[in-house]
Design a protein around this ligand. Structure first.
Ligand SMILES: Nc1ncnc2c1ncn2[C@@H]1O[C@H](COP(=O)(O)OP(=O)(O)OP(=O)(O)O)[C@@H](O)[C@H]1O
Length: 572
């Protein structure tokens, strides 16, 4: 026949690629044999089958691999391994591979009753984590029942314990007549394998609900809630946390995980209904505390930013003072309850979905919120200044008359009181207030006008206005500008001046900084659930860079938004 493949072909670089070497040769031989096979040459079929056999191919691959390692100078991992040969390694591998590492379970007890099918023996191997099930005593029968099985816990993963199963024995000890605490004690004392004898619940609960994600509009601390069925199983959360609700079977206690911690076992949280009830009870239990007036004497000058045409709108002194005044009024009136502001509907949880803005969608409104003097306007100004053709403020409305140097639609939209009020009562004003006998405010339409131009509208809003802005048409992304700690603020605001009503620039006093810190804390407590992002404004440059990056992410990356914002888009 044909010449064997020459030596050069037979010595391919096995050291670099074990796919070559002998396997390569085998492939070549097979190719050639294929020619004979089709011509039906005697004995060729036999040889063909032999060379095709999987064991020979596998053997050759092993040989190639060994050859590759033979050429390398292998360094033993430990001194003990120095004397190991390949054979010893392979034999060790085989011994380990053949071993059964499943836990050795104790034999089933002999005294299983006749009604055997009514009992289930469940063996769980306890490790560091909790068993992930809670128990309770049946009020009438006194039976110890599995109250709930926590998602992602050991019991749930075993698939052998269900809520409603009746516990008969734990590690051979009858639980009849015992308190749940005594059973817990037995469990706590047990190590390794725990054997439960249970009477299975007749119809194990099926969780047919779809998994939902919610934003917590309030905070919850299981340690402070004496009504939680099992404190250790509770999931604490803060305002604004995104939770994955995995089980809503119980009307009072749901099971949830934080999206920042999805790998863990779920925890108990009060259901929507229960949490609402708790908040009502808390609210009524609070003694009446009139809100203290926030003394704020920092007033800014009328002509700030007047010479810089692109950010004239929304930076004017009257507008800012009016905004501040309205904030003080609302604080004084106690618009938000002591238990904190919830969503517009008062729901403690709001269903959310991931929203990714498509390039054809309008930009999301960027709302900056922060205590007076923290630098909201400074940051907004710097952002717009960076790229005025991309970022813009909304032009506010006012009922005051236009000054000679002003232009309608540039500094303000100058409108009559009637027009202003019709916008107000028609819920077209995101914020409004009165200053020196005139009305000032920013309308939804002004914001829309910026968005319609394909720009990003950046506005400064008092926190009370956030809820009004939270609509599917604006899809606001709220950034909280927060002061850093007092000592840092003293340092960073050393040369900063605040413009007062008296046309004299003044340095920040310690009281101003303290007031800012207190107000920031109040804002976070009352409105933290609405904040999509928080920036600490210590170093101005850093804060500007963070703002730019947050604004870009808000527009380009998926974000959690209320589900209604997205479903309204689909419907319209
Ligand atoms: N990180 C910072 N470092 C130093 N100075 C700052 C910083 N941020 C802001 N400032 C200065 O602090 C002063 C107050 O800031 P700004 O006018 O932006 O306050 P504001 O939050 O808009 O308050 P208001 O509600 O009174 O309008 C300004 O002079 C500003 O330049």
């Amino acid at each position: 026949g044909t010449d064997p493949p020459d030596k050069k072909d037979m010595k391919p670089s096995t050291a670099t690629n074990p796919e070559n070497g002998l396997s390569q040769i085998l492939r070549l031989v097979l190719q050639e044999l294929n020619l004979f096979y089709s011509r039906d040459v005697n004995g060729v079929c036999l040889l063909y089958d032999l060379l095709h056999s999987p064991w020979l191919q596998a053997l050759l691959k092993v040989y190639d691999c060994l050859q590759e390692f033979k050429e390398k100078k292998l360094v033993p991992a430990t001194t003990h391994a120095q004397t190991l040969s390949y054979e010893a390694l392979l034999s060790a591998h085989d011994t380990v591979a053949q071993k059964d590492f499943e836990p050795l379970l104790p034999p089933l007890p002999d005294n299983i009753p006749d009604s055997e099918e009514a009992m289930r023996i469940v063996c769980l191997v306890k490790n560091q984590q909790p068993l992930g099930a809670t128990i309770k005593r049946h009020e009438m029968t006194g039976d110890i029942l599995v109250a709930r099985v926590i998602h992602g816990g050991l019991a749930e993963r075993s698939g052998l314990l269900y809520a409603g199963d009746k516990l008969v024995e734990v590690n051979g000890v009858s639980v009849e007549g015992l308190d749940p605490e005594q059973v817990i004690h037995i469990l706590a004392m047990s190590r390794g394998t725990i054997m439960f004898k249970v009477v299975p619940v007749s119809a194990p609960p099926v969780n047919s609900q779809k998994m939902v994600y919610v934003r917590a509009m309030t905070e919850y601390w299981p340690q402070e809630d004496p009504t939680i069925p099992c404190m250790d199983a509770g999931l604490p959360f803060q305002k604004g946390d995104i939770l994955q609700i995995v089980d809503q079977n119980d009307a009072l206690w749901w099971q949830a995980r934080k999206i920042s911690d999805l790998g863990t076992c779920a925890g108990l949280i009060p259901s929507n209904h229960l949490l609402k009830r708790k908040q009502r009870e808390f609210w009524w239990s609070q003694p009446y505390q009139p809100h203290t007036h926030l003394k704020s004497t920092i007033y800014k000058e009328e002509f700030v930013g007047c010479d810089q045409k692109f950010f004239i709108a929304g930076f004017r002194r009257s507008m800012r003072l009016c905004r501040r005044k309205s904030h003080l009024r609302q604080q004084h009136a106690g618009v938000c309850s002591a238990s904190g502001c919830l969503s517009a509907s008062g729901a403690p949880y709001v269903e959310v979905v991931r929203y990714q803005r498509r390039p054809s969608d309008k930009h999301r409104l960027i709302v900056l919120v922060g205590p007076s003097g923290v630098g909201v306007n400074e940051l907004r100004r710097q952002l717009i200044e960076r790229n005025p053709s991309h970022f813009q403020s909304a032009v506010p409305h006012t009922t005051r008359s236009k000054k000679s140097y002003e232009m309608d639609g540039r500094e303000y939209h100058y409108v009559s009181k009637e027009t202003f009020e019709s916008l107000m009562y028609g819920h077209r004003m995101l914020e409004y207030g009165e200053y020196k006998g005139h009305l000032y405010g920013t309308s939804v339409d002004s914001v829309q006008a910026v968005l319609d131009e394909g720009k990003i509208c950046v506005m400064d809003l008092e926190p009370q206005g956030i809820q009004i802005a939270r609509t599917h048409e604006l899809k606001p992304y709220v950034i909280f500008i927060k002061p850093s700690n007092m000592s840092c603020m003293k340092q960073s605001r050393k040369n900063a001046k605040i413009i007062t009503d008296y046309f004299v620039d003044m340095k920040f006093k310690d009281e101003d900084l303290q007031e800012m810190e207190d107000l920031a804390q109040k804002m976070e407590t009352q409105f933290g659930q609405f904040f999509d992002h928080v920036i600490v404004n210590d170093n101005l440059q850093d804060a500007c860079a963070q703002l730019l990056s947050a604004v870009q992410k808000a527009q380009e990356e998926p974000q959690w938004v209320p589900a209604t914002w997205v479903s309204s888009d689909t419907e319209s």
